[in-house]
Ligand binder design. Structure first.
Ligand SMILES: [Cu+2]
Length: 218
């Protein structure tokens, strides 16, 4: 290939990489709890109020290449609640002055990273959706939760807040919303080629987290 041809080919390749996706819409809305009791006092990890919203479509989009991070700092996990996409790498650096041993015996996403010191990190990639409760075998109060969603089209929010899932390819999806003490919410959503579709979500008392895990896993 001569030089001019190489330049032409790479320019065409650049055009294509910029042009994708051709169209995409946003899904947004407000989250409200209806008659759902407050989290009991002293619940560890402060992880009892998070709402996770995601869109299940025909195709499983590739997980993000960038890793998400949950570190160990001041004898706590930080953050204490994290959303990761199935197949996305979760880095777990030790940013503390002491060693930790992170593990989980939750559901199908079990692992044990062993003891590692300050400045070291280990990673986990979850290939099952649902809830992963994280603990440290050395420091029993340490607890964090990772919610593994099946798609990159997700959002996290607290009750009373708004959520927004952006740049979603147009089409028909099932919107699902999970909250620790609410019934799983499921609703069909049509994502437009451009613009915003508004879906306000009212969560009602219901499912225990075990049921939610079962529902979220597929
Ligand atoms: Cu520890």
């Amino acid at each position: 290939m001569n030089r001019r041809l190489i330049v032409a080919v790479s320019m065409v390749a650049m055009l294509f990489s910029v042009a994708v996706p051709a169209s995409a819409g946003n899904v947004t809305g407000k989250i409200r709890l209806d008659k759902v009791a407050s989290a009991s006092a002293g619940t560890p990890a402060g992880d009892k109020e998070h709402v996770v919203i995601w869109l299940e479509g025909q195709d499983d989009p590739k997980p993000p290449q960038d890793a998400v991070k949950i570190s160990q700092r001041n004898l706590q996990f930080s953050p204490e609640f994290l959303i990761a996409v199935k197949g996305q790498r979760v880095d777990m650096p030790n940013d503390d002055d002491v060693a930790h041993n992170v593990f989980s015996f939750t559901g199908m996403n079990t692992f044990n990273l062993g003891i590692y010191a300050k400045g070291e990190y280990r990673s986990v990639t979850f290939d099952k959706t649902g809830i992963v409760d994280l603990f440290c075998s050395i420091h029993r109060p340490m607890h964090a939760r990772i919610f593994v969603v099946p798609t990159r089209y997700y959002a996290g929010a607290l009750p009373g807040q708004s959520f927004s899932i952006n740049d979603v390819p147009p089409g028909k999806y099932v919107l699902k919303a999970w909250h620790e003490r609410s019934r799983m919410l499921e609703r069909t959503v049509i994502v437009p080629k451009t613009g915003v579709v508004t879906e306000n979500l009212v969560l009602e008392p219901g499912a225990a987290s075990a049921e939610a895990v079962k529902q979220a896993a597929r």
